[in-house]
Ligand binder design. Sequence first.
Ligand code: ADP
Ligand code: MG
Length: 361
Amino acid sequence: MRILQITIDNLRVFPHLEVRPDAGINYFCGGNGAGKTTILEAIYLSSRGRSFRHPLAGPMIRHGTVDAMVGLKLSDSGDDNREHRLGLKRSKSVFECRFDGRDITKRSELAALLPTQWISSQPQTLLEGGPGYRRQFVDMGLFHVEQDFLKSYAELRRILRQRNALLKQRSSSSLESWDSPFALAAQNIHAMRQNYIADLLLRLSQIVSEWDMGFAVSSRYLPGWDPLRPLSEQLREKRDTDLRMGFTHIGPQRSDLRFSVDGADADKLLSRGQQKMLVIALNIAQVDAIRMRRPDLDPVILLDDLNAELDTSNQGKVLAAFRERRVQAFVTGISDPPPEHREAIAMFHVEHAAVDPGHET
Ligand SMILES: Nc1ncnc2c1ncn2[C@@H]1O[C@H](COP(=O)(O)OP(=O)(O)O)[C@@H](O)[C@H]1O
Ligand SMILES: [Mg+2]
């Protein structure tokens, strides 16, 4: 999907705003508090049904108003370029969403319609945060490329909930009957993750080497148990610990994806800027992986604060990577992008709760 128009009403600092973005890179420039991140938030909200800043809707509704609205005019990436309308209204308690006049009630349905790759202003969290961040990242990619992923994942969660409920009650009698369905569901998720991650990491290495970053990255996928031995056997061995602690210690819910450089953890060795480049590369690798397996999907990249922590050479590499891929991207910054890219970028100036496209160069 390509975004043709964004209409925002009563979202944070904006009473009303209309933006007609370009099919390529759109760069929103302005001072602190101007509303740059809010524009990305509006798009993210339309693709995930919630904000990346806060799980509750309250904080994003403009003070003194009761609901925030975002409307998108979209165009199919296919040959027919058919237009679609996506509208979303959020009050403190109500979430309403319509796509071409049809009600959308599930966030997953929304995410499937408009895939967005969100790169925050502190993307290093993906490296230095807990394994949950990396699982979520990988699973979002899988959600788009593997038709069965959502169903298989829901099945795993269901079994895990049942097993953990028994463990909490310290009830060992029927515990064993859950081991084999759990192992089966776990194996299913593991196979999908293993396959997808292998592809993702190949693409990542390629981008890192093209960017000539002065380091080679290696990565290790940890499935959450020893994949060389049957999971059911390991569940049996861990049963006493599981019963004592009241939850399941091994399985795909504990998987991780670790990144290292020259044998050291990437988050401990690399500078903040280098880490940011690595995470951006990983996000681009994810977009490539999704586009390769799902040519009908066209993820939109949202990148907040390009200038922060990146020198102009690295900012240029990121913008060049977006341009080469002809991906639609929404990028913010407190200063202008490197001059050699300005001509190929649609520039928007954000100030006084308004966006001025007059500053296009
Ligand atoms: N609910 C709200 N109502 C009105 N203004 C808000 C609300 N929430 C945040 N703001 C204001 O919106 C402005 C824009 O924030 P943000 O988009 O993060 O700016 P930027 O990314 O340009 O630095 C901030 O100045 C903030 O004070
Ligand atoms: Mg911001």
